[in-house]
Design a protein around this ligand. Structure first.
Ligand SMILES: *Cc1c(COP(=O)(O)O)cnc(C)c1O
Length: 222
């Protein structure tokens, strides 16, 4: 199947309220263009240089999402156009995004990355850290970076029950956070869970955004 067939078939499988982030990392701009040609407008990238190249080469109505680990010294480069950053896991990063968004007069959606998988990772907040971050309240002073929801990645496993229970846990947490910290804030609305192997489970468990790469573009060559 071609990239455009893959996009259409995934779109056909998912409900309208779920946003498809087409993860184009490691694939060239011309295949992104194929997805674009069948109406795909949201693309996810995890490396700065690659994102910059594609941003420059491709149509300007694309909504670019950053999904990988982001260093604070790189924020300035993407602040003029990035729509959503899925991987915010520190006040240092959030405050830098706020500062750089302010400098270019934009508003940037930030998702807090929560570590839900069993694998060790340097990135993402634990549930406890996430609560601590929110109760400290520094984020409330941000005028240009706003917290639009949560992002999580399940354990890399074939065990569907485990994946489902990790997503379920994050959805419960999302609802608690929404009630406790964002009851009046309609912007806190996104739950970014689900990738090629598990997006149908993620949707059943409450995903509002799925991040799909290889099922659209094929395997990546690193
Ligand atoms: C690469 C990546 C994806 C896409 O993974 P696939 O399994 O190819 O769909 C999704 N989310 C994040 C954070 C990624 O780094």
């Amino acid at each position: 199947m071609s990239v455009s067939d893959n996009i259409l078939s995934i779109k056909n499988d998912i409900p309208d309220h779920v946003k498809l982030v087409a993860v184009s990392k490691f694939h060239p701009a011309d295949v992104v263009q194929q997805a674009y040609s069948v109406g795909q407008r949201i693309f996810g990238e995890s490396r700065m240089q690659e994102l910059e190249k594609k941003y420059t080469a491709l149509p300007k109505d694309i909504e670019w999402h950053f999904i990988g680990h982001l260093q604070t010294n790189k924020v300035r480069t993407i602040a003029p156009y990035i729509h959503t950053i899925h991987s915010v896991d520190s006040w240092k990063l959030l405050s830098e995004i706020d500062k750089q968004a302010s400098a270019v007069g934009r508003s940037i959606c930030c998702l807090l990355e929560v570590h839900i998988a069993q694998e060790e990772s340097k990135y993402g907040l634990s549930y406890d850290e996430c609560i601590r971050f929110l109760s400290e309240g520094l984020w409330k002073d941000c005028k240009h970076a706003y917290i639009g929801g949560l992002m999580g990645m399940a354990t890399y496993t074939d065990d569907k029950d485990q994946i489902r229970s990790e997503f379920k846990g994050l959805k419960l947490f999302f609802d608690e956070i929404k009630d406790s910290y964002f009851p009046e804030d309609s912007r806190f609305s996104e739950l970014s869970i689900g990738m090629s192997g598990d997006y149908l489970i993620a949707i059943e468990e409450g995903a509002t955004m799925i991040r799909v790469g290889s099922s659209i573009f094929g395997e990546r060559e690193y």
